[in-house]
Structure formats: C-alpha cells, structure tokens
Design a protein around this ligand. Structure first.
Ligand code: ZN
Length: 322
C-alpha cells in the first residue's frame, strides 16, 4: 500500500495535480496549462504526463513516494451514474463520453475514482477543512457561477442521476433575470460575480454616482476594492449580494438542516462585507430550530479543496482510514 494519493483537478484552463498524504495535506503539486479545445486524446496524454511528472517529483519527498495509492480525478461537468465516464464538460467542449476512470486506471495500474469537481471540493472541506468535525455539510462555491456539494451522514449526496447539489440553480424569483442554465431567477443570476457585475453596471447606467466610473472594466474585485475604500454603491451591491445568498442559505437550512455551510470561491474575498448580510438574513428568516446549530463559515482549503478532495474521495472509496 502506498503512502500518497494523487488528486487531480481538471478545471478551467489548467490541469492541477497534487500528491496528497493520508494526513490530507498536499506534499507536492504541479500544474500545466491546457488547450481547452484540444482533442480528447491530447488532453488524456497531458493528464498522463502530469501524473508521470508528479510521481517523479514524489521521489524527493520524505517519506519518499514508494507506491501511489491511486488517482482521484475531479472534473467539471456531467459524470455518469457509475462515476466512470465524463459525459460532457463545460471546460472541455470536445469531451463527450470519455471513460477517463478506466483510461487512467489502465495506464497506471492503480485504482482511480472520478468525481464531479464541486463534490470533490466539498469532500475536501469535510475531510480536512472547514467541515472536518461535521457529519453533514453543504459547500457553496460563489465565483463566476455558483456551484455546490452536499455531504450527508459522512457521504457525498449525488442524487439518483449524479446531478445533485446544483445549488446555483435554486430559483429564488420565478420571473427573475435569465440564468446561464436558460432558466429564470436562479440564485446564480443574482449572486454570482457575473450577476453582481451586471447589477452594478445597471446601476451605473441609471446614473447613480460611484467612485468606479468606467463600467466597461468593472469586475467583482474592482467592486470589492471600491467598497473597501468606502464607495457606497459598491458597499450596497455587495450587501445586496449577501442578502440574496442569505435567502438561498435559509432555503438550504430549511431543507437539509446541515451542521455546517461552507462558502468558497472568488466572491468570499469580500469577507465580512458579504458574510454579515448573509447572517442577518438568516437571523430574520430562518426557523430558529433550523438555524441554531448550523455554522456558516468560509472555506479553509480555498483552491486546494479540489485536489485534496479528489484524493480524499479515492481514499474514502478504498476505505483507507486516514
Ligand atoms: Zn440557473
């Protein structure tokens, strides 16, 4: 039995890999840029190359990497019910029905698991992050979109078709703004970074005065920076974003009554400016019995949650005690 598992995050424009110890720490890491539009075979080869490289890098560790326990792959997009095949991936448009679990397992002769990237990150937070003491946890990623993962009774909740935890597409207003999913009024269409920027631009267009003058270059970060300098419009828009998120959290609490809700993603850079209105809405709207025990916290693992969680999913699958 080996002493490290490999966790891979197939997200965005980078392939990221880490050698993760049974302690849940990343002992070695590597990443390579990918061409998202490349042929599946090319990207598979890049995954092989990345795994080969990180195994080599593990030789220098103490204790040195002897055998790899296996590979945990976290991938965006739809994964089949058995957890073997990437059906479609938003970041890799040419990937259709790629049985990546078998491809990697056969190439390296080790066990492999394939997990949705948001689920993997939620499991990382549950394993060694902000929810490590909890049996039940909901993680919400608030970035350009809104995603999530759900852990119930120490297990990921994937739903009957492996598509559960689409928290961003919780409808909070029946006739609200159009969402990236085609529906209307999803929380993602209100509280993602993209939505906040859109709402901010609408305000500027309406003639409201802000220290940010150039609507074209507005990002969630520039809004946050302006808020920290006291810009009222920026402060108000972050507060309103927190209020929308608060409504989503109240819904989650009423349905699942989890021990912990972990917030992660780029938007949590706003810190208390975002957290305070979330908690205010919960105080006002959540049933007391539901809200009493649920802790609302920021991620502890940040961008590492995906790699750590992918490796953790493998260890969980193999029932390796950690
Ligand atoms: Zn939606």
């Amino acid at each position: 039995m080996g002493n490290y598992a490999i966790g891979i995050d197939l997200g965005g424009t980078n392939l990221k890999a880490g050698l993760v110890g049974r302690d849940g720490k990343i002992h070695q890491r590597l990443s390579i840029r990918t061409d998202n539009n490349a042929d599946p075979q090319i990207i598979s080869n890049q995954i092989f190359e990345l795994i080969d490289k990180i195994i080599k890098a593990g030789a220098g560790l103490k204790p040195a990497l002897t055998n790899v326990i296996g590979v945990g792959l976290g991938s965006p997009g739809l994964i089949d019910k058995k957890g073997e095949t990437i059906l479609v991936s938003p970041n890799l448009p040419l990937w259709r029905n790629i049985p990546i679990k078998r491809i990697v397992a056969e190439r390296f002769g080790v066990p492999c698991v394939l997990e949705n990237d948001a689920n993997a990150a939620a499991w990382g937070e549950k394993w060694v992050g902000a929810g490590k003491e909890a049996d039940s946890l909901v993680m919400i990623t608030i970035g350009t979109g809104i995603g999530g993962g759900i852990v119930i009774n120490n297990k990921l909740w994937r739903g009957v078709n492996n598509v559960a935890a689409e928290i961003g597409h919780m409808v909070i207003q029946m006739d609200g703004p159009k969402c990236s999913c085609g529906n209307y009024g999803c929380i993602e269409a209100y509280a993602s970074a993209t939505a906040m920027v859109r709402r901010f631009k609408e305000l500027l267009k309406s003639g409201i005065s802000s220290s940010i003058k150039d609507a074209g270059s507005v990002t969630a970060k520039t809004i946050n920076d302006a808020a920290l300098q006291g810009d009222k419009v920026s402060l108000d828009i972050i507060k309103e974003t927190g209020q929308y998120l608060g409504v989503a959290l109240v819904n989650i609490m009423h349905i699942l009554n989890p021990e912990v809700i972990v917030l992660t993603g780029g938007m949590i850079g706003s810190g208390d400016l975002l957290m305070n209105p979330i908690k205010q809405v919960i105080r006002e709207k959540a049933f007391e019995a539901s809200a009493k025990e649920t802790k609302i916290v920021f991620s502890q693992l940040g961008n590492d949650a995906g790699i750590i969680g992918a490796a953790g999913c493998l260890l969980k699958e193999l029932e390796i005690s950690v």
